[in-house]
Design a protein around this ligand. Structure first.
Ligand SMILES: Nc1ncnc2c1ncn2[C@@H]1O[C@H](COP(=O)(O)OP(=O)(O)OP(=O)(O)O)[C@@H](O)[C@H]1O
Length: 233
């Protein structure tokens, strides 16, 4: 199991955000986290990549074999290296080309060989169908293209999990559709995708496991998500 949370409590300072969270992720799973604004979706994701601490006393909080209640600060970069993280606002470096954005990540995660670096960059750009934009600057790309590059960056180190916080939040419906389709294809290669979204129409189009944050709880609603009024979420 890649993520194993049992009765995890999530706080911001003293404010309780989610109670008794039970959350599991296995290889290749495609997981949506839905819920209203402020319901705790991003907070849950932040615990997974250790931006938000999990306090001791929970039953189990494991990500990629690490116990998040015991993990040390210095161990966090190695854990993050094993996951890809994608944000709504892409977060590319705007002072350099697409190729240099990708090279920067590879070099800072220990890649040394120039030929390996170049080959991996070509592979990921091909995977997201952006080979032609290798030498473009981020500002020369559309929002959807920038998100594709952010996905290329996230898969550089062949992560076991991709965490995506509203990856289609800034995109028009067609472009959003393409991005979810791309993430779905990536999940078919064995990488688990955990994604927050307000884009409920995708849930039918690209089925997956659906969790909902509501009233301080996280519930697996996969079996009945189309029976509840998702227009509210
Ligand atoms: N850094 C912070 N410090 C204190 N409280 C925070 C912090 N970040 C978020 N919160 C609070 O935690 C709650 C959950 O926020 P979170 O961002 O997880 O919600 P969300 O479901 O992701 O919302 P959205 O759909 O708007 O992204 C909100 O009440 C928010 O105000």
């Amino acid at each position: 199991m890649l993520i194993d949370y049992k009765n995890v409590n999530i706080y911001h300072d003293d404010v309780h955000i989610l109670n008794d969270v039970v959350f599991h992720v296995d290889e290749g799973e495609f997981i949506y986290i839905i819920g209203k604004v402020g319901s705790g979706k991003s907070s849950l994701l932040k615990t997974i990549y250790c931006e938000l601490d999990i306090e001791s006393g929970c039953e189990k909080a494991e990500v990629l074999g690490r116990d998040l209640m015991k993990i040390k600060r210095k161990e966090i970069p190695a854990l993050r290296k094993e996951m890809g993280i994608i944000f709504q606002d892409f977060q590319l470096l705007h002072d350099r080309t697409v190729e240099e954005n990708l090279k920067f990540v590879l070099k800072s995660t220990g890649w040394k060989s120039k030929s390996d670096i170049n080959a991996r960059i070509d592979e990921v750009l091909d995977a997201v169908e952006m080979s032609e934009k290798k030498y473009s600057m981020p500002h020369e790309l559309s929002g959807g293209e920038q998100q594709r590059i952010a996905i290329a960056r996230a898969i550089l180190n062949k992560p076991k999990i991709i965490i995506a916080d509203e990856p289609t939040g800034n995109l028009d419906p067609d472009t959003a559709n393409n991005i979810i389709c791309l993430l779905k294809q990536i999940s078919c290669t064995g990488t688990a995708i955990v994604m927050t979204t307000h884009n409920i129409s995708m849930l039918n189009k690209y089925p997956g496991i659906v969790y909902c944050c509501k009233d301080g709880s996280l519930n697996d609603i996969t079996k009945d998500y189309n029976k509840i009024d998702l227009a509210e979420e």
